[in-house]
Design a protein around this ligand. Structure first.
Ligand SMILES: [Zn+2]
Length: 98
């Protein structure tokens, strides 16, 4: 049985996610752990759907790149706000009563 035939069979029994559902779970998996049921459904979908498999890989690459950028920015002590911006922010914070 080919991968496409397996995909068609799984779709018929209602276990298969749509690409829209799969991409939503991929996005959610970046923010929170998925339930076991969602992880299994997503794995099956990624097994038979090359487009979602690519989307999943790209999302993880994007997250890794953003994490690297954040770490770099946090470690760069040469980046400072201009004096004018610091004064403006300080005045704004002082005028607010939280
Ligand atoms: Zn898909």
């Amino acid at each position: 049985m080919s991968r496409d035939q397996l995909g068609s069979r799984i779709k018929k029994v209602g276990f298969m996610l749509t690409c829209k559902e799969a991409s939503k779970l991929v996005s959610q998996s970046l923010d929170r752990p998925l339930t076991l049921s969602d992880r299994i459904k997503l794995r099956f979908h990624l097994f038979i759907c090359d487009a979602c498999k690519r989307f999943n890989a790209q999302m993880f690459q994007l997250r890794a790149a953003l994490n690297s950028l954040v770490k770099y920015a946090e470690s760069d002590t040469t980046v400072t706000l201009p004096l004018e911006a610091r004064v403006r922010i300080t005045k704004t914070l002082e005028s607010k009563h939280y």
